[in-house]
Design a protein around this ligand. Structure first.
Ligand SMILES: *Cc1c(COP(=O)(O)O)cnc(C)c1O
Length: 426
């Protein structure tokens, strides 16, 4: 196929995320990626502001990450994890146990963030079942959340933006509290916890777990909230015998300024979901971690095993590159890099606040969000960004960036300048 043909084949036959095959918006063909740059087929280089959906924290084509995969590839690409084990999975598990809060000491590997959320939900339900509370099968969460696209995960996404209507007969019904309004840079407002408190008090007997994204709600609206909310949630969970699942798939591995966002609230979950940046953006891998309390209860009561086991569980290539990526992160001055990015985002994006097109600007760690008053035409605004040499993919009325941590000051400046120019032109 020549260039024209493969792109038109893409248009007619290949689904892209949340895409239409009737009137597909343009997609840009990428031939290679290096550092913070994506190279398009026409030779143009774009500075990546997205880290490929928040994963590629070290940038692309990193020699150490490439090497980790190559070394493992020469030994074996994959073996089943049932009845067999291997060093890459165990070494990675040891690393994850070491860097996460202490009581989290068991690791369940799976292939994607959504599946790690499914696994977390099943763990919570099976925990209560094992302890003799089979009626505890519901979840409590907050609005504006996002936990993935599979059915269990979708059932705890924001009911409106997650389109619960379309799937209403197959989605389990869970409880939704109002999302907190107090921001990370504001005073705590006691009213924020009311709706959550009412729900957990009235339905404690049916609720197995609370599931939340700590501090930063990602794809459900890029909202940043006060750590005090998380502390209140944790207290109420303890008081009412409900497990706390924290979904750190987007926030994990330094993105918000601490290795895990929950550290900023001093809150430790019973179950932790990791994904996205786990492999530095190289391969799909996720993990669900839990405490001895949960793993022992599940394992010592009927049916005596945890009921999940994906075919590609613990893939050795993915585990090897994940271990290399975490080591690379820990060896680097990552806190410094994130706080430099945070400061630069605060300084540069604050210019946007005055624009009539802008409703709000918020920054947390290496995450910068400009909320527009109206939703722009996405293909059109994306084209404008590409013309300015940057890769940014807004959704709804949110123009946001989550750049690789290795981004240089001038490169980030080019991104933020482009944002200001493009938004001003709307
Ligand atoms: C991306 C994301 C998921 C889903 O992960 P996938 O790998 O896309 O399945 C779940 N939760 C959060 C917070 C996410 O950002």
């Amino acid at each position: 196929m020549n260039n024209e043909t493969w792109l038109s084949f893409d248009k007619a036959h290949v689904w892209h995320p949340y895409s239409s095959l009737v009137d597909p918006p343009p997609v840009y063909p990428v031939v290679s990626a290096e550092g913070v740059y994506l190279t398009l087929e026409n030779g143009q280089k774009l500075i990546d502001g997205m880290s490929s959906w928040w994963c590629a924290i070290h940038g692309y084509n990193h020699p150490k990450l490439n090497q980790a995969i190559q070394d493992q590839l020469n030994k074996m690409a994959h073996i089943m994890f049932g009845g067999l084990t291997h060093r890459p999975a165990v070494d990675l598990a040891e690393m994850l146990v070491k860097i996460t809060p202490e009581p989290l000491e068991t690791v369940f590997f799976c292939d994607s963030g959504s599946v790690s959320v499914e696994v977390a939900i099943k763990m919570a339900i099976q925990y209560w079942y094992a302890l003799g509370f089979p009626q505890k099968q519901r979840l409590l969460t907050i609005r504006s959340g996002y936990h993935g696209d599979t059915f269990g995960a979708m059932s705890v996404c924001d009911p409106v933006s997650g389109m619960h209507n379309m799937f209403s007969h197959v989605l389990p019904k869970h409880y939704f509290a109002d999302a907190p309004k107090s921001r990370n840079d504001e005073e705590w407002d006691e009213n924020d916890i009311r709706s959550f408190q009412t729900l957990i008090e009235s339905h404690r007997q049916e609720i197995a777990a609370v599931i939340l994204e700590p501090l930063l709600q990602g794809a459900g609206g890029m909202r940043i909230y006060c750590p005090e909310y998380l502390r209140r949630v944790k207290k109420l969970c303890e008081k009412h015998s409900v497990l706390l699942i924290l979904d750190e798939i987007a926030t994990g591995f330094g993105r918000t300024g601490t290795l895990f966002a929950c550290e900023q609230a001093g809150v430790i979950p019973d179950v932790l979901c990791l994904g996205k940046a786990l492999t530095g953006g190289y391969m799909s891998l996720a993990a669900t971690m839990t405490t001895k309390q949960v793993s022992q209860a599940i394992s010592s009561n009927s049916p005596g095993v945890f009921m999940h086991g994906p075919t590609f569980m613990g893939n050795p290539l993915a585990c090897s590159v994940a271990l290399a990526s975490i080591s690379l992160l820990l060896e680097s001055p990552w806190q410094e890099k994130i706080s430099r990015i945070e400061k630069q985002l605060n300084d540069s994006l604050s210019t946007c606040e005055k624009l009539p097109q802008v409703a709000d600007v918020r920054v947390l760690g290496a995450v910068g969000v400009v909320e527009l008053v109206e939703s722009p035409n996405i293909p059109q605004i994306q084209k404008q960004f590409v013309e300015k040499g940057v890769w940014i993919r807004p959704f709804r009325n949110l123009v946001y960036i989550m750049p690789p941590y290795i981004i240089k000051t001038q490169e980030l400046e080019q991104i933020t300048n482009s944002i200001i120019e493009v938004i001003s032109s709307l």
